[in-house]
Design a protein around this ligand. Sequence first.
Ligand code: TMP
Length: 215
Amino acid sequence: MTRRGKFITFEGPEGGGKSTQIRHLARRLEQAGLEVLLTREPGGTATGELVREILQHDRAGEPICPETETLLFEACRAQLVRRVIRPALDRGAWVLCDRFADSTTAYQGFARGFPIPTVLALNRFAMGVTRPDLTILLDLPVRAGMRRLKGRSGEAGPDRIEREATAFHERVRRGYRILARRWPKRFRVIRAGQSVDRVSARVWEVVRDEFGLQG
Ligand code: TMP
């Protein structure tokens, strides 16, 4: 494998500020002279963005079965890895991805209740050999995340998964914490309830120390 770039994923329950933090990190890495590719799941490719519409806003006009939902997330991932992530890593870019395979384990595995070994096997099929070097888990209590979501939802309102019951989101959060304990070398857990600036500073410290960057 001729992989030269680094692959960093951001994970966490709803309302943890992933999108803001990932943009801040991208800026700092660019200031350090690195090529950065910022992407997201589900999405990040033409195919993936179409599937995102189906997954988030019921565009197909019929209820999505949980099995279908799981496979659609994996389909988006398979496309993103091969069309975008792997080529970028091969040319030396740093890839930052807003959600990745751990989302499926947390949401479809721990929260929907599919067997974890099955979800991990599907993840491996979709990812192939491309695995994150580092995963930043922005952790915060479900109620705090929901409050933040309410504050920012515009006319569109919450999407299909955001509308799930609190108990579902509690299982998501617990699932992530289990994953972080299972893979302590890859995961770093950051408390997302702090101010945006404090979280950004902590994210930068973690990335800088992990990869030996200056600044
Ligand atoms: P986001 O834009 O908030 O990250 O929205 C993505 C939504 O999709 C979020 O509710 C989490 C959910 N999701 C899954 O359930 N499984 C997955 O594998 C991924 C990538 C996202």
